[in-house]
Design a protein. Structure first.
Length: 328
């Protein structure tokens, strides 16, 4: 049946709307979400106490255990939520998908589905009001402020233009969505707290607060890509965009710091031109599972395409951030 005039007009205007580039940091009255403010404040206060306990009372095994969980959960985000599910930069067999889903559940950062929707919005509408953590609103908003206020109307309006069909069809992610609260609660808070108490006699007070310290680290490490990675650094691949290459963020996020490269070639599984960068543990993790046979179809930007792009739009710095003019 042909659409009536009213329907045709709304379809047309929606298509036109989709093509419009959203504004950057237009005037906007923030609506604070107080439960989020209280929750994040509480996490950081408990983390500060956890830091005190870590240097005064905690067993070294509790600290080591939480450190391992911290890095595993980072990999759950960088390899799973980011490179595999948001960007489809490689494919993974079911066992690896289950491992990555459980590792991502340790981050306490909602489900992969949530993460992917926000991240695909971030890439499609980078540095505009439709970018959930729009860095043109400043460092604090890009880092954590965006979690403390209601989403911008542009984010709400354009969410429907993001194709999420692959995520909704994925049985592992459907399972995580269905039992999200139980899985994430168990992996992020219960398991890290119970294991030190049960296996080496840590007290509940110490185990819980070190777990909160780990949680605060996870939140802030991940968010540096949005804040630091869109503020300071060099733009080897495209000087016209805000994302930067930044070594601090590279170290903290196990290989996600070459963010200028990543925004130019988001489908490259290395997330950097030179995947053998010593901090890129995410790439090494994928390579290991490629050898096992659980990761396959790894995508990489060809060298000559990268070189052409550097020549055409780069800021004149090389991969390590040195400008040719500095060297000669
Ligand atoms: Zn970005
Ligand atoms: Zn990305």
């Amino acid at each position: 049946m042909a659409p009536n005039a009213e329907e045709a007009t709304s379809v047309l205007s929606e298509a036109n709307f989709e093509k419009l580039v959203p504004p950057q940091a237009s005037p906007w009255k923030y609506e604070i979400v107080y439960p989020s403010v209280v929750a994040l404040l509480a996490v950081h206060i408990m983390a500060a106490y956890g830091l005190f306990l870590a240097v005064t009372t905690a067993c070294w095994t509790t600290i080591l255990y939480n450190y391992i969980l911290l890095e595993l959960s980072m990999l759950g985000t960088t390899v799973g939520a980011h490179r595999l599910w948001s960007h489809k930069s490689f494919k993974a067999k079911m066992p690896l998908q289950i491992i990555l889903m459980l590792m991502q559940s340790m981050t306490g950062q909602f489900t992969v589905t949530n993460w992917v929707r926000d991240h695909r919005m971030h890439h499609r509408y980078t540095d505009t009001d439709a970018d959930p953590h729009n860095p043109t609103r400043g460092f604090f908003f890009a880092h954590i402020g965006w979690l403390l206020v209601k989403k911008h109307q542009e984010v709400k309006n354009r969410g429907k233009f993001i194709d999420m069909s692959d995520i909704y069809a994925n049985p592992v992610l459907r399972f995580q969505r269905k039992y999200g609260l139980a899985i994430i609660g168990f992996m992020t808070f219960v398991l890290p707290t119970v294991v030190p108490i049960y296996f080496w006699g840590e007290t509940l007070n110490v185990a819980w607060h070190i777990c909160m310290l780990k949680y605060a680290f996870i939140i802030n490490k991940t968010l540096t890509v949005n804040s630091v990675g869109h503020t300071w650094g060099y733009k080897t691949y495209d000087k016209n965009i805000q994302p930067t290459n930044n070594t601090i963020s590279e170290v903290l996020t196990l290989g996600e710091g070459y963010h200028n490269y990543h925004h130019v070639f988001p489908w490259d599984y290395r997330s950097a031109e030179f995947g053998d960068s010593k901090f890129n543990l995410s790439k090494r993790f994928i390579d290991f599972f490629a050898k096992v046979g659980w990761a396959f179809d790894l995508k990489m930007a060809p060298k000559h395409v990268i070189d052409r792009r550097v020549e055409r739009t780069g800021d004149g710095s090389d991969f390590w951030g040195y400008k040719k003019a500095d060297l000669y």
